[in-house]
Ligand binder design. Sequence first.
Ligand code: ZN
Ligand code: ZN
Ligand code: FE
Length: 765
Amino acid sequence: MAEISGLSIHVRGIVQGVGFRPHVYQLAVKNNLTGWVRNTSNGVEIEIAGNPEAIKAFSSELRKFPPPLARIDEYKENEIKDVLNAYAKFEIIESEPNPSQFIPVSPDMSICPDCLNELFDPNNHRFRYPFINCTNCGPRFSIIKDIPYDRPFTTMADFPMCPSCREEYENPGDRRFHAQPIACPECGPHIIFKSHGKTLHHNEDALQAAKDALINGQIVAIKGLGGYHLACDATNHKAVDILRQRKRRVDKPFALMSFSVETIQKYCLISPEERSLLESRQKPIVLLNKSSNCSLPDQLAPGQNSLGFMLPYTPLHYLLIEPLSGFPDTLVMTSGNLSEEPIAFDDLDAENRLAGLADAFLTHNRGIYMRVDDSVKRVVNKKAVFTRRSRGYAPDPFPFPFQTMPIFAAGAELKNHFTLTRDKYAFHSHYIGDLENFETLQSYEQAIEHFERLFRIKPEVFACDLHPDYLSTRYSEDRSHKENKQLIQIQHHHAHMAACMLENGLPSDEVVIGLTFDGTGYGLDSSIWGGEILIGDYSGFNRRFHLRYFPLPGGDTAVRNPARIALSILQTCNMDWDPNLPSVSQFSSKELHIIKNQINQKINSPLTSSMGRIFDAVSSMLGIRQTVTYEGQAAIELENHASVDETGSYEFILSGDIIDYQPVIESILQEILKGVPAGVISARFHNTVSNLCLSVANNISRDTSLRTVVLSGGVWQNTLLLTKTIKLLESNGFKVLTHQKVPTNDACISLGQAAIAANIIKKET
Ligand code: ZN
Ligand code: ZN
Ligand code: FE
């Protein structure tokens, strides 16, 4: 008798709803193995028996080449002794779910190459069917209401499978085996076109009507994977202008979609890294540098050197944007919302809220249960970094380096994402938005409830920001109070630093130098911090240096009007308001008088040490930007002006724990008045901030021998500053940690809060 051995395997990670079991089945059959595979409440269990060599081959192939959407976090195998032809065949067996267990849920994934081929294959019965999908692609997170991930618990519950879909669904050899959103023209959802009382239900008619509307310069609300987009012809200046007016979005860039990388190359420069990011399964929006002969309207991204492009990611997008004579090769695909409201995803809500914005709707009858915005990435130093981490990535959990009790971390006010932890996982939510209005707060609360149910998490500890007025702080206070749980309030910049430490996998006892630069964060002294050099670990920090304080005359008014910040900084540095300076000349003498009074008498002029605001002030002094319509605008335009090869810089003073920028501002003022070009001054200013980073790091290192520097905060979205600083620090022997898995802006805050809370609890117990 031939030698027989047996192996039992347990796999954890994203292994359900991604075609893992049929993959195992096919692999086992290929290797002549018998046994079974089943889903368990926290992964997949496999038992195989057969030739020892075949078992080895099976195991190594499974580990090396899991199905495309799967992610193996843990792989354990145990030899089974005394196997005597125990199984007649290999089969997929059912299993009982355990209600307290959880498994990670796959993010929504763009259409796979196989489905794309079928979509355009006239012989396929899903030819041109806008909802084609399989176990390797399609909606997941956005349609799941509860676990186990089974059709009745998704928004596909309304569509009973036809016999042909059912056959594929039940066939372990089929690509659609247990593909919960499986559908075909016979049994699945369909698209609907609506405009001015006209409604078209036939897929091709609806599609054609939407194309006609776009060709005619109209704005069409299009229902996608995680919500509605507002679309128009990106090459049509008039349509783009109308969309800006209706959306009340003055300058913020619009995202674009083209059919192929080749089309995008007509407008932007694409490196190999950017190309693979565009074509990746997640299909994020990728920020690309405009080529010098880019013919697209400037209003798509006023004042920017870059454009945000994505490729189609659903079959509907492909059908809509397929190359056709007369149809634009690029569409604006901006989020379907008014200004700062959350993106619309519920059909009735969308019809109400987008009625005044869109001329027509291209919608469908597959429900979206959870909204998910597009993700935004760019390539810096050949590495991909996030500006927004949402569709295609959320709710993929992060491995949490320490075991902890369940924690809810509320996140920041702007660009909110919350985090929930359990076991050794941190679930970082999809993008929620700016928690400044009722709609976004509602969306926040619904998402938290959903995550807690989906991943079976009952928070034992609540972590939030120190800011007493943040809606996220109030939410955490309320809940921790009602549920009688511990509340831990965490300083904003400490959370930034910890988030970056966590995503880089630093252990609990590591102490680092944190260069945390951003616009706004509530400080321990109740003033607005933002230019903070910290020394610390997960459980605490010491504010070693910070930018010299200056007032923000008018508070938020100053944030919207960088010229006011420039005036305040000049005043702080005891420098005159030279009437030749753009920051001064744009105000009347009466206005100048009022602002001076505000500053001197400390009327609504909170103190800040914000690095972001210094960038705003320099942008204003150079005449680049005096008022802003979105966060970071003045600084982005300042960066875009910088002459890249300039090596000069300005002096600054470190005194005690204060970084004094007085000499920097004085030199800038002199150079402006001497007529030195803005691009040169901008570059010298960037160089100065990099030098400052090295100087404080050296200073701390001398005292503490610390050599690891962590960069976090919105200011580090500045590519020029980031690349210069990393290079400078590394060439001086520092180890530099930056964000790659979450954005460096306030999106990362909740992850840091969770890490800090986990360590504080650990110390207490
Ligand atoms: Zn597919
Ligand atoms: Zn069907
Ligand atoms: Fe921040």
